[in-house]
Design a protein around this ligand. Structure first.
Ligand SMILES: *C/C=C(C)/C=C/C=C(C)/C=C/C1=C(C)CCCC1(C)C
Length: 251
């Protein structure tokens, strides 16, 4: 009873003193939760072949909401970064984002092997990133470089590899538009994460910001990327559904 009360007071105190990190954990939690509800409910307004994509968007934001619920409490009680929760979240949600790329290109011939390569690259990126964040000052630059190789491979696949080729041969302006936006997300949006990582003690940008602000970067990036990714897919799904319904009416 008493400990719960104390934790609550510490938390409230942080919010009252406008700790920006604590506030972004709260906003992140609510935003992820609301987005998950939105994507699940909106499944009913799109054609059958888009329903899985919206389900995956709902799962990505839903899984993140659950992790933010715990990360928020962890941060309020300890004042430190919930690194393990963070990486468990990413290990589930980043592969699901790879699934989104696969689902978008599947009608145009995407193969399981493309999905497999994307998932392996994302796991390399995250496992080495986790080791880097927990291994301390001496080796976090090295692990960060390994992690960046995994990241760059995903960027390569989407810009010039299988995903890019399928987008080109699909002759679908809608897919082209979605890929254009998703490319912006994985280059600009995803680059916020390594920038946050470089703020760690001993890393390339350490000292540029307060250490605790690594969560500020990650919370901001998660909201932009997870919700934004989902909204791009949602807008293609809505546009394609409207188009096929119109075509069905005309015939
Ligand atoms: C929803 C979560 C997403 C989209 C997480 C993405 C995470 C990254 C792109 C992380 C990248 C990293 C590097 C490229 C190097 C340093 C270590 C990481 C893991 C922060």
């Amino acid at each position: 009873m008493n400990t719960i009360l104390t934790a609550d007071l510490i938390g409230l105190d942080k919010i009252v003193n406008s700790d920006p990190v604590a506030i972004t954990f709260f906003i992140g939690y609510m935003a992820m939760f609301a987005s998950a509800v939105f994507f699940f409910v909106e499944r009913s307004s799109v054609d059958g072949k888009w329903k899985t994509s919206l389900l995956v968007s709902g799962l990505i934001t839903g899984i993140a909401a659950v992790h933010y619920y715990y990360m928020r409490d962890f941060y309020l009680e300890t004042g430190t970064s919930p690194t393990a929760f963070r990486y468990v979240d990413w290990t589930l949600t980043v592969p699901l984002m790879c699934v989104e790329f696969y689902l978008l290109t599947k009608p145009f011939g995407a193969k399981g092997s493309t999905l497999f390569k994307l998932i392996i690259a994302s796991l390399v990126m995250l496992v080495t990133g986790y080791i880097g964040e927990t291994s301390g000052i001496d080796s976090n630059v090295m692990w960060g470089i390994f992690s960046t190789i995994g990241y760059l491979y995903i960027v390569y696949e989407v810009f010039a590899g299988d995903v890019a080729k399928l987008t080109k041969t699909s002759n679908s302006p809608e897919l082209g538009r979605a890929m254009f936006l998703l490319k912006i997300f994985i280059t600009l949006g995803w680059s916020i994460y390594p920038i946050g990582y470089m703020v760690l003690p001993g890393n390339l940008l350490s000292g540029a910001f307060e250490v605790s602000s690594i969560d500020l970067f990650y919370n901001l990036a998660d909201a932009i990327n997870k919700i934004g990714f989902g909204l791009v897919i949602y807008s293609v799904a809505i546009a394609e559904t409207a188009k096929s319904r119109k075509a069905a009416l005309a015939s």
